[in-house]
Ligand binder design. Structure first.
Ligand SMILES: [Zn+2]
Length: 243
C-alpha cells in the first residue's frame, strides 16, 4: 500500500500558492524534501531575486556559503510560505534539505517555516516592505528578514539615535552656555556703564558742593572784616588797664 503524501499545494491566504497539510502530521516528521539542482554562487546571482506585486522573492535555498538549491526547477517544497510563528523548520542532511514539523499539525493547516531571510546591507523600511510578511500570526514581525539581522539593525539604529540625541543635546547645551555668557557679559557691561554714570553724577555733586563751600567762604570773609575784631580787642585791653 502506497502511503498518502502529507501535503497538497493550493492558493494561500499568505502569498501566492502554499503548501497545506493533507492529513494530521505529528511533530518531528520530515514532510517534504526541498528539491532542485544544486547551483553555485555565480549561477545563483544570475537568477537573483524576482519581483511580484512589488514584493521580492527568491526560490534559492542556501546549503553552504557557495552553493544553493535552485527551487525554481524543484518540487512542491518551493511553495512553502514564510511564517513568523512556524509549524515547520528546515533540516539539512548533507546536501539535502527537508521540511520538518516542529509541532503537531492539523489537517488543512498551511505549512510554514521561518525563512530567516539574509539580506545584505542596511535594512531600510523599503527593504522590509520588499520582503513583507503576511503570515497573520500574532508574532508576525512584518517581514521575512531574519529576526537576528533585524535585532542587529535595531541595535545599530538605536545607537545612532542615541548618538544623534547626545549630539543635539551637546549642541543645545553649548548654545545655552553661550547665551548665558552673552547675558553675563551684557549685564557686566551694563553694570560698568551704571557705575560710570553714578561716578559722573557723584563728581558733579562734589563739584557743586565744592562751589557752594567756596561761595560760603567768600560770604564769611565778607561778613568778618579783620579790622573790626582788632579794635574790639584793644578796647577790652584798655578797660582792664583802667581797673
Ligand atoms: Zn509574519
Amino acid at each position: 500500500m502506497k502511503t498518502q503524501p502529507y501535503h497538497s499545494v493550493r492558493t494561500s491566504k499568505i502569498h501566492g500558492r502554499g503548501v497545506f497539510a493533507r492529513r494530521p502530521i505529528r511533530k518531528g516528521i520530515r514532510i517534504i524534501e526541498y528539491t532542485g539542482p544544486i547551483i553555485n554562487e555565480k549561477e545563483a546571482n544570475k537568477i537573483g531575486v524576482s519581483t511580484e506585486n512589488g514584493h521580492s522573492h527568491t526560490m534559492l535555498f542556501q546549503i553552504d556559503k557557495k552553493r544553493c538549491i535552485n527551487g525554481n526547477e524543484g518540487g512542491d517544497a518551493r511553495y512553502l510560505n514564510h511564517g513568523c510563528d512556524p509549524n515547520c523548520e528546515t533540516e539539512q542532511d548533507g546536501d539535502k534539505i527537508f521540511i520538518k514539523s516542529i509541532r503537531a499539525i492539523k489537517k488543512g493547516e498551511e505549512l510554514v517555516y521561518d525563512y530567516h531571510l539574509q539580506v545584505p546591507g542596511k535594512i531600510t523600511d523599503k527593504v522590509r516592505k520588499e520582503y513583507a510578511c503576511f503570515c497573520g500570526s500574532s508574532k508576525c514581525r512584518g517581514t521575512q528578514i531574519d529576526a537576528e539581522i533585524l535585532a542587529k539593525q535595531a541595535k545599530k539604529d538605536d545607537k545612532k539615535k542615541k548618538k544623534d540625541l547626545a549630539k543635539k543635546l551637546a549642541e543645545l547645551k553649548k548654545a545655552e552656555k553661550k547665551k548665558l555668557a552673552d547675558l553675563k557679559k551684557t549685564e557686566k557691561e551694563k553694570a560698568a556703564a551704571d557705575k560710570a554714570g553714578k561716578k559722573k553724577k557723584k563728581d558733579k555733586k562734589k563739584d557743586r558742593i565744592k562751589k557752594k563751600d567756596d561761595s560760603l567762604t567768600l560770604m564769611v570773609d565778607k561778613k568778618k572784616p579783620a579790622g573790626k575784631d582788632k579794635k574790639k580787642d584793644e578796647k577790652k585791653k584798655n578797660k582792664k588797664r583802667k581797673k
